[in-house]
Design a protein around this ligand. Structure first.
Ligand code: HEM
Length: 505
């Protein structure tokens, strides 16, 4: 009996030491090392780190005397209030903590260049804490894989996005978007004018396009995939999550189970699409060879990808591809509504085009670049150090440190862009692909280096098709009910919708 109690006591002691080590001792040692290396930052309280500080809501209230249509594009402190505040105290490079995970915040392009030049792309990781958390969404698709596996997959996937393949998707993009516009036209029929929250339409339209482009699914399967993806996004990015806190997934067991269930349902849906293709191919029906979609191209690439790998890549295309492009279009409609002079200029340029890939609108490219500068759909980039990284003479970023790169912060940095930083001025891209930014790495809407967005050409093409079709049919102005409150939920979206007044032309 006495031995049993002693053993139990020993076990409890061991457990308590383990918990103390994981929750406090280990992160405190890492914190000390980081401080010795010269990194400062907001003081963490383990095991939550700075999560509580970040959860505090800044109560930004609109002054009722303000004209609702006078919106400011100076949004950094709206979307990342804690980072905006910490930047004033600790500069453009500092450490903050999600639970017991250290994150190196970077909003200094020169520092970004310095760390990128000492480590080759394939040796960077993606934060383990997010790879685990977002497994149901991306699996081991291209966004999340690392090392040699990333190199191999990137080589397989890059050629899928050739202009020949993408041009073959234009007619479907036009068809899908025309259906959405017909609905808008029908709503406007009595007066020629109507107010619509365009954001959900544009997101749905982009989801239909990406479902067609990724796995060529028909309408009902596309809808089922979309609904599940949406539910998964809400579950994954709820504001009270405990990412980085040891055993956080068990503390929030319900949320974890819900995400896993939705992820498995999406997998099953995509698996059934893949199996049906394989059956058709084995049965001599030609696996839909005539259809150009990313799944079909991957299956025919000769790389022998397993069904699991195909599912993960398709999920990644869907998630990385639809909302990013949709939000670029949504913010464009907003900015064009505020700037009728640009609306007119683009409309004139697209008037000649037939609505397909022949849209040769240079100004539209500048507008897209400027929209993604002010309202980047991907507001931050992530990395993880897989080795100790020496920067300059003495600073070492320890192995395992996560890196959080603030694209919004850099895109709105007056010292990089000048005094007109918060103005919508697409012409800044006329003579420079970096919009006159004084540092090339200060403008990163599609990422940088070897991991730059693989789907960029697809998104630019879709953007041009959809925006030109909209401009040909409608004139846009902002509804007085619009409330400017961009928010980050993986992507940057208008949290209170995008009500616009659409007038048929
Ligand atoms: C306006 C639209 C888009 C924006 C703003 C955007 C932005 C980005 C950014 C910033 C990255 C780099 C992330 C990082 O460095 O960690 C990225 C990577 C990626 N994007 Fe996009 N993206 C867009 C559209 C698309 C589309 C349409 C697809 C596919 C159908 C796509 C698929 C991917 C994939 C697979 C990666 C990972 C590449 C790699 O790690 O090698 N994206 N995107």
């Amino acid at each position: 009996m006495a031995i049993a109690s002693l053993l139990l006591l020993l076990l409890l002691l061991l457990l308590a030491s383990y918990v103390a080590f994981v929750f406090v001792v280990s992160p405190t040692l890492v914190l000390r090392r980081l401080r010795r290396n010269g990194f400062t930052g907001p003081p963490p309280r383990f095991p939550l780190g700075n999560i509580l500080d970040m959860a505090k809501k800044e109560n930004i209230k609109r002054d009722p005397s303000e004209d609702p249509l006078e919106v400011s594009h100076d949004i950094h402190s709206m979307v990342f209030p804690h980072f905006a505040q910490w930047r004033k105290l600790y500069g453009k490079v500092f450490i903050y903590w999600l639970g017991t995970e250290p994150f190196l915040y970077i909003a200094d392009p020169e520092y970004l260049k310095a760390i990128s030049s000492v480590v080759v792309t394939k040796n960077w990781g993606k934060p383990t804490v997010f790879r685990r958390d977002r497994q149901p969404m991306f699996g081991d698709g291209l966004v999340m894989v690392e090392g040699d596996r990333w190199v191999g997959n990137r080589h397989t996937i890059t050629p899928l996005f050739s202009m020949t393949n993408l041009n073959a998707m234009i007619s479907s993009m036009v068809e899908i978007t025309t259906t959405m516009l017909a609905e808008w036209t029908a709503r406007a029929s009595a007066t020629g004018t109507h107010e619509t929250d365009v954001e959900p339409y544009i997101v749905r339209n982009a989801a239909d396009i990406i479902a067609m482009a990724s796995f060529g699914v028909d309408d009902s399967a596309g809808k089922a995939a979309f609904d599940k993806f949406k539910a998964l996004q809400v579950a994954l990015f709820s504001p009270n999550r405990l990412a980085g806190v040891p055993f956080g997934e068990y503390v929030q067991a319900r949320r974890t189970a819900e995400c896993r269930r939705l992820g498995e349902e999406i997998d099953r849906l995509l698996l059934s699409v893949i199996e049906s293709r394989r059956r058709k191919s084995n049965g001599g029906e030609g696996e839909g060879e005539d259809r150009i979609d990313l799944l079909g191209l991957l299956m025919r690439s000769g790389k022998g990808l397993t069904a699991r790998e195909l599912v993960d890549e398709c999920k990644t295309f869907f998630f990385a591809g639809h909302e990013t492009t949709a939000l670029a279009i949504t913010w464009t409609m907003f900015l064009l509504a505020l700037h009728p002079e640009w609306q007119r200029q683009l409309r004139e340029e697209v008037a000649e085009a037939t609505g397909g890939g022949d849209i040769d609108s240079v100004a539209m490219t500048w507008v897209m670049d400027e929209v993604l500068r002010l309202y980047p759909s991907a507001p931050n980039l992530l990395r993880q150090a897989r080795e100790d990284i020496r920067v300059g003479d003495k600073t070492i970023i320890p192995h395992g440190t996560n890196i959080w790169i603030d694209a919004v912060g850099m895109h709105h940095d007056r010292s990089l862009w000048g005094d007109d930083v918060d103005e919508f001025r697409p012409e800044r891209f006329k003579d420079s692909p970096y919009g006159g930014c004084t540092h090339r790495m200060g403008y990163v809407p599609f990422g940088y280096g070897g991991r730059v967005c693989v789907g960029k050409n697809l998104s630019v093409l879709e953007y041009k098709v959809v925006v030109s079709l909209i401009l040909k049919r409608f004139s846009l102005s902002l509804s007085p009910s619009y409330e400017h409150s961009p928010v980050v939920m993986l992507t940057m979206r208008p949290s209170r919708g995008m009500p616009l007044i659409l007038e048929t032309l």
